[in-house]
Design a protein around this ligand. Structure first.
Ligand SMILES: *Cc1c(COP(=O)(O)O)cnc(C)c1O
Length: 399
């Protein structure tokens, strides 16, 4: 019989251990900053760089290791690091792989805050950047110089949804010895395998906003960085550790819970997205629908060669003759589509973008409206679009 201790001590150092072997559909949730070592030898022997043991909450718990392994499997990679947001995944790749004097090339239709990171932050560290046209692999080849260290890729492009010839872009980078990093949020590991694009080609790194499909709830911010190459993973991991970018275990639990339904949600939102994209293409106020699965959308042939599935996202280009106020009135008239950023959650969302601000380097002008599909019934969503278009039409004819 162990000697009784003071109550406060007893409540912390209680002798009871629950029996091992508990199994349930959802994995256990382990929360820790401190990890307890059995002895000094263990404390000295454990290495934060691998998953054979635990050292500190920031470097991993059983819960975070599990999500890392599942994201690596989702994406066809081997090693994954978790970071606090999708944007932090982009930041981690940039900071781990670039130094003063280096250049990074970014597609001109890339996720906007990633472009701002290069403009406003990397520039202060002496890292230069240029934006390239992802539809022109030959022009990209001509841009690569001795300082070019990293090529970002995105498929489809943010908001304007052009689908690039990923293989051609990766081939150019590989021939010139430049590392490739794909923002894989749109494909989510479902639409295509970023590490096996065909013809022996694959990206070196995949960054993913787990905030979108893997979370699926519109309630979690998280990102991941996945690689196949162990050395490259260790470079990323060293920076990850020094930056102190840990993730909250409650958030990891939420993503683990949503992950099994990811392929089903992806397919459902894809089907709804295509139905509404095709319907929008019939409407007279809309001059173009941007969705890679639609034959008239830029890069459709590249999408069709690599994918059969698409994210539940599309943008519509309103007739430039319509003033932006009319487009804003349309957006405000929507009832089920809510106005807000992000996507892949249960609620359908809409955001208007001014092309002059979004893509100043292109001749594109006017207002674009991006829709992301939630999980509502598609007939109700179509009726919502219809009533909003009608109310704008009424406004216009009344004017
Ligand atoms: C949302 C998004 C991100 C950023 O993710 P956050 O978690 O919101 O920081 C990055 N890239 C793409 C393509 C995205 O859609």
């Amino acid at each position: 019989m162990p000697e009784p201790k003071a109550l406060s001590t007893e409540l912390i150092h209680h002798a009871y251990q629950p029996p091992a072997g508990f199994a349930a559909p959802q994995p256990g949730v382990y929360k820790a900053s401190t990890v307890i070592f059995p002895n000094v030898a263990a404390l000295q022997a454990r290495n934060w760089k691998d998953k054979t043991g635990y050292t500190y909450g920031l470097h991993g718990t059983p819960t975070t290791f599990l999500l890392e392994e599942r994201i690596a499997a989702l994406e066809g990679g081997r090693h994954t690091l978790l970071v606090p947001s999708g944007l932090a995944a982009i930041t981690l790749v940039d900071l781990a792989l670039l130094k003063s004097g280096d250049e990074v090339l970014i597609p001109d239709n890339a996720y906007g805050p990633g472009k701002d990171l290069a403009r406003q932050e990397l520039s202060r560290w002496g890292i230069t950047h240029r934006f390239y046209d992802p539809a022109d692999a030959a022009a990209l080849d001509a841009m690569i110089g001795p300082q070019t260290r990293l090529l970002w890729l995105e498929a489809a492009g943010s908001v304007t949804m052009e689908f690039p010839d990923l293989r051609a872009l990766v081939r150019v980078a590989r021939a010139r010895g430049v590392l490739t990093a794909l923002d894989n949020t749109w494909g989510a590991g479902v639409a295509f395998n970023a590490f096996a694009l065909g013809d022996g080609l694959g990206v070196d790194i995949s960054a993913h906003a787990l905030t979108k499909y893997p979370s699926g709830g519109g309630d979690v911010l998280m990102g991941s960085v996945t690689t196949r190459d162990h050395e490259l993973h260790l470079r990323l991991k060293a920076t990850h550790m020094r930056m102190g970018w840990g993730v909250g275990v409650n958030d990891v639990e939420a993503v683990l819970r949503a992950l099994p339904s990811l392929p089903l949600r992806y397919a459902a939102q894809d089907a709804a997205g295509r139905t509404l994209a095709r319907w929008c293409a019939q409407q007279p106020q809309i001059v173009q629908v941007l969705h890679p699965a639609l034959p008239a959308s830029p890069g459709h042939a590249h999408w069709a060669r690599l994918c059969t599935q698409a994210a539940g996202l599309f943008s519509v280009h309103f007739d430039p003759a319509l003033p932006s106020e009319a487009v804003h009135a349309f957006v405000d008239a929507l009832k089920l589509f809510k106005l807000g950023y992000s996507w892949a959650g249960p609620v359908s969302l809409v955001v208007p973008y001014e092309l002059a601000l979004l893509r100043p380097g292109t001749p594109w002008r006017g207002t674009l409206v991006r829709f992301s599909l939630g999980l509502e019934d598609v007939r109700d969503l179509q009726a919502d679009l219809q009533q909003a278009l009608q109310s704008v039409q009424a406004l216009r004819s009344g004017a």
